[in-house]
Structure formats: structure tokens, C-alpha cells
Design a protein around this ligand. Structure first.
Ligand code: SAM
Length: 261
């Protein structure tokens, strides 16, 4: 997959893109991410890329021409037409579901606004989709674009050690993750839950599923209700299986008791 970031501040993005897991993923060729300086595409003789808004108001608006030419130049480097997304507080809010959808694309262009935003005409001309990282306003689209890159990159094959590294994390399956513990076994009188030390993988997995459900119920009741609704059938089957298992155990114990008498 290839992601291109169109920005007035490529250095801000490059610093993050060269760091840690994301940096290694790019270096090892599991994902391609390029930054492009919109200012290099301006036709203005003073290299300006923004101007006062029509109708008045504070701040400056990024002009259409340099953005359009920059995006067209990026598109020309793609074999299949990439999706164009404008990072914007007015867009739909990013979710893990959206991240999965974007991670399956071949190409993605992320446009970062700054100052008062971007001339509406270039967004209309590019038919850019708008994507927000939350209902608050930042000074520029660079941090939001990096959030998208990070979230999308970690779903690319090879970036993380294996699929488990992201598929059992919060939000991937509609639940929050279970609590995690590391050494030492006891810290300031607080012990690691015993089940995690028992070595029985089945028991550990059962505990983790229960905890994931409980964490979600406590911290995100909205997510929990949705999960219960979306998985109603599966959960009902599980409950029926568990009820049968308990019934078998009860009968076994009853028989044992009868024999003893
Ligand atoms: C100060 S904001 C402009 C806000 C715009 N005047 C408005 O009220 O909708 C400057 C740029 O930051 C980016 N930005 C700010 N908040 C964002 C958010 N929550 N999600 C994504 N991008 C955001 C956008 O690219 C935007 O063009």
C-alpha cells in the first residue's frame, strides 16, 4: 500500500514517519509513505500558498491552485487511482472500522489543511472525502494524517510481528482489550491475576475474553451494548453450551453422590 501526505510542513510528518514501528515498517518496505510540500507547486511569484478569506474574517485560507497541482502530481505517480481524503474537523470521525477499510486500499492521498482551512473549490474539484480524528479543532491536518498513517500501517502485513498483535487489541472486534501485566509478579502488594500464571492456554483465553467484555461494559457501555446486539446469536449459543456443560456436571455430581449413599 502507498500513502501520500500533501502538506505545508513535510518535516513535521517525516520526523514521525522515521520513528519506531512505523519507521521500521516503511524502511522494510511493508508500506510506502511519501510526504509532499504543497508550497513547491505554487505558481505565485512570492511562493505564497494562502490568502485572506473572501467575506472577511481572521486567518488565511490555503489556495486551490497549489493544492490541486500537488494532488495531480501525486496521482500521476499511482498506477490505480488513489482515494483522496482531506483531514478535516468537519469529516466523519475516524474509527477502527474505517481504518480497516482504508488499510485494504492500494493508494491513499491525505491532504492536510492549515490556518483557516482550504478553499472549498479544490475540495469539490477533487471530490475529496473528509475525515476527522475527533470533535475538536487542531491547528493543522498533519497530526490527524499521521494518526491515519499509523493506524493503517499497523494493519499492513509485516509491520507488526503477526496478526494477533492487532486483532486482539481494543476496537478491532468491537471490544476493548483485556488488562495486561508484566514482571514482577507482585508490585507494591498487587499480584498478577493467578490464572495468567497457570500455564493453561484455554483458561487464560477464557479469562481474557471475560475481562475484555467486563472492561468494555465498565468503560464503554455504548460499545458494550452494540457488541451484545451485533453478537446476540453467537452469545446465546455460547450461553446455551455453557448451560449444557453445567447441567452435565450437575448430573455427574448427583450420580457420584448417589453411589456414595
Ligand atoms: C484550524 S483548522 C481549520 C478549521 C476550520 N476553519 C473549521 O472551522 O472547520 C486547520 C486544519 O487543521 C486540520 N484539522 C483540525 N482539526 C482537525 C480534526 N479534528 N480532524 C482532522 N483534521 C483537523 C484540517 O486539515 C484543517 O484544515
Amino acid at each position: 500500500m502507498r500513502i501520500d501526505i500533501a502538506t505545508l510542513f513535510p518535516d513535521m510528518c517525516d520526523n514521525v514517519l522515521n520513528t519506531s514501528i512505523l519507521g521500521r515498517g516503511i524502511k522494510n518496505g511493508f508500506i510506502e509513505i511519501h510526504t509532499h510540500n504543497i508550497r513547491l507547486y505554487t505558481e505565485d511569484r512570492h511562493r505564497n500558498v494562502d490568502d485572506k478569506p473572501y467575506g472577511g474574517g481572521t486567518g488565511l485560507v490555503m489556495q486551490a491552485q497549489p493544492i490541486y497541482d500537488c494532488i495531480q502530481a501525486i496521482k500521476a505517480q499511482h498506477i490505480t487511482p488513489p482515494r483522496v481524503i482531506y483531514m478535516s474537523p468537519q469529516g466523519s470521525v475516524l474509527t477502527q472500522g474505517k481504518v480497516r477499510e482504508l488499510a485494504a486500499l492500494d493508494g491513499l492521498i491525505l491532504l492536510c489543511g492549515h490556518y483557516e482551512g482550504v478553499d472549498q473549490r479544490v475540495l469539490d474539484e477533487l471530490q475529496a472525502e473528509e475525515l476527522s480524528v475527533g470533535d475538536y479543532v487542531l491547528t493543522g491536518g498533519e497530526l490527524p494524517a499521521l494518526i491515519v498513517c499509523d493506524a493503517v500501517a499497523r494493519l499492513q502485513k509485516g509491520v507488526l510481528p503477526n496478526e494477533d498483535a492487532y486483532s486482539i487489541e481494543s476496537h478491532y472486534n468491537g471490544l476493548l482489550e483485556f488488562p495486561q501485566y508484566s514482571r514482577p509478579e507482585i508490585w507494591r502488594g498487587r499480584a498478577v491475576p493467578e490464572v495468567l500464571l497457570c500455564g493453561d492456554h484455554k483458561k487464560v483465553a477464557e479469562w481474557q475474553t471475560e475481562q475484555a467484555m467486563e472492561m468494555t461494559r465498565q468503560k464503554r457501555p455504548d460499545m458494550y451494548s452494540k457488541y451484545l446486539k451485533d453478537h446476540a446469536e453467537e452469545l446465546a449459543e455460547k450461553a446455551a453450551r455453557e448451560a449444557k456443560r453445567l447441567e452435565r456436571r450437575r448430573r455427574r455430581e448427583e450420580k457420584k453422590r448417589d453411589k456414595l449413599i
